[in-house]
Ligand binder design. Structure first.
Ligand code: AHG
Length: 342
C-alpha cells in the first residue's frame, strides 16, 4: 500500500463503473449488501463462545453433513440481507436443498446469488480462520421464478465472485472480471477498505496444499504428481516443496493468492461415487474466477473448471488451483496418464 489513505469498497465500485461500465446500480447494491452481511458474520464469528454460536446446530444439510450453529446463522444473515433490496431474482446456498425465492412482498432483480455461507466449518470451534464464498450470475431472460436449472450456468458466466476470510483481520476478496482486489475491514469505521489492487499470484511455487491423509485413495497420476513434489531437489521437479493445509478453503486460497502455491482436492476412491469433495457452484467456480483473474489457473486436473457445464446445483468436482505453472504441471500428469491409457 502507498501512504495515501485506502479507498472504501463503495468508492472502488463507483470508480470501477466509471472505468469499465460493468457495474450497474443493482450489481453495486448486491456487492455492498453481501459485504455488509459478511461484516455481520464476522461479528458473530468474533464473539465465539461469548455469543453462544459455537457447536453443532443439531441439523444436517443437503449434503448429509452436520451443520454448525454458525453455518445456520451465516446462511440466515445472507438470506435476510439479500431479500429486500430488489437486486436479486433468487439465492442458492450450499446449506439449502433448493434455491431460495425472493419473498413476494419485495421487488425482484436480475441477478442470482450463490453462496457457501461458512466455509471451513470444522475450524469454527478451534478458532481457526473460516470464511464466506459467493458467486453472482445473471438470471436468464424472462425467468421470474428461477429453479435449479437456471443457476446451473458455467463459471465463465459469472458476473462477480468473492470470498470473505474471518481471520486475524477480516478480508473481502472480490472480482468483477477486471482483476482481483483485496479489501480489509476497518473495524473502527465499519468499512471494507481497498488494500491490494490487482493481485497477481506468482506463476511458480514451492508450496502445495492437500489433505495427505487421503493419499492411499488417490488415482495414479495424483500419486505420481505428489510423489514427485515430495522427492524434492533430487526428484524430477528439481526443487524442495513445503506443505500447508488449513482445511478452510478460503484460508488456503488466500495464502496462495498472497504468496503462490497449489491447492489440491482431487477425486479419490474413498467414496468413488463422489466426483470430489468441493462443490462446483459454491466453491470451485467462484474460487476459479478469482484465481484466474489474479493470473492463476484452476482445473479439475483435466479440464478448466470455469468451462464445466454444471449438471446439478450441489454437484462436486475435483479442484486444482493456484500458481499457473504448477497447476499446468499437475494437469499435465493427469492428461499424460489419460493419453497413455487411451
Ligand atoms: P465445509 O464446506 O464443510 O466447511 O468444507 C470445508 C472444505 C474446504 O473449506 C476445505 O478445503 C476442505 O473442505 C477440507 O477438507 P478436509 O476435511 O478433507 O481437510
Amino acid at each position: 500500500m502507498s501512504s495515501s489513505r485506502p479507498i472504501s469498497l463503495m468508492r472502488f465500485l463507483i470508480e470501477e463503473q466509471r472505468a469499465h461500465q460493468h457495474i450497474n446500480a443493482d450489481l453495486r447494491l448486491l456487492i455492498e449488501v453481501v459485504a455488509r452481511a459478511c461484516k455481520t458474520i464476522a461479528i458473530a464469528v468474533g464473539k465465539g463462545d461469548l455469543g453462544g454460536v459455537l457447536g453443532e446446530a443439531g441439523s444436517g444439510n443437503v449434503q448429509g453433513e452436520a451443520q454448525q450453529k454458525l453455518d445456520v446463522l451465516s446462511n440466515e444473515i445472507l438470506l435476510e440481507a439479500n431479500a429486500w433490496g430488489g437486486h436479486l431474482a433468487g439465492c442458492a446456498s450450499e446449506e439449502m436443498d433448493d434455491p431460495h425465492p425472493i419473498p413476494d412482498v419485495y421487488p425482484k432483480g436480475n441477478y442470482l446469488l450463490l453462496f457457501d455461507p461458512l466455509d471451513g466449518s470444522s475450524n469454527i470451534d478451534v478458532n481457526i480462520s473460516v470464511g464466506t464464498i459467493f458467486s453472482v450470475l445473471r438470471c436468464p431472460d424472462g425467468v421470474t421464478e428461477p429453479r435449479a436449472e437456471h443457476y446451473c450456468q458455467p463459471g465463465t458466466a459469472q458476473v462477480a465472485a468473492g470470498y470473505a476470510v474471518y481471520g486475524p483481520s477480516t478480508l473481502l476478496v472480490l472480482t468483477l472480471g477486471h482483476g482481483t482486489h483485496v479489501f480489509t475491514l476497518d473495524r473502527e469505521l465499519g468499512s471494507f477498505m481497498l488494500t491490494r489492487r490487482d493481485l497477481q499470484i506468482p506463476a511458480q511455487t514451492r508450496e502445495f496444499a492437500v489433505n495427505m491423509s487421503n493419499q492411499r485413495h488417490w488415482e495414479e497420476p495424483m500419486q505420481r504428481y505428489v510423489g514427485d513434489l515430495l522427492a524434492g531437489k533430487e526428484g524430477p521437479r528439481g526443487k524442495d516443496y513445503n506443505m500447508r493445509w488449513v482445511a478452510s478453503m478460503v484460508a488456503d486460497v488466500h495464502r496462495i493468492l498472497t504468496r503462490g502455491g497449489i491447492f489440491l482436492y482431487p477425486w479419490d476412491r474413498k467414496d468413488p461415487g463422489k466426483p470430489g469433495k468441493l462443490r462446483l457452484m459454491y466453491e470451485a467456480n467462484p474460487m476459479a474466477f478469482i484465481v484466474e483473474q489474479a493470473g492463476g489457473r484452476a482445473t479439475t486436473g483435466r479440464e478448466r473448471i470455469l468451462e464445466l457445464a454444471p449438471t446439478a446445483l450441489h454437484q462436486r468436482v475435483p479442484v486444482f488451483l493456484g500458481s499457473r505453472d504448477e497447476v499446468d504441471a499437475a494437469t499435465r500428469y493427469h492428461r499424460e496418464h489419460d493419453a497413455a491409457g487411451a
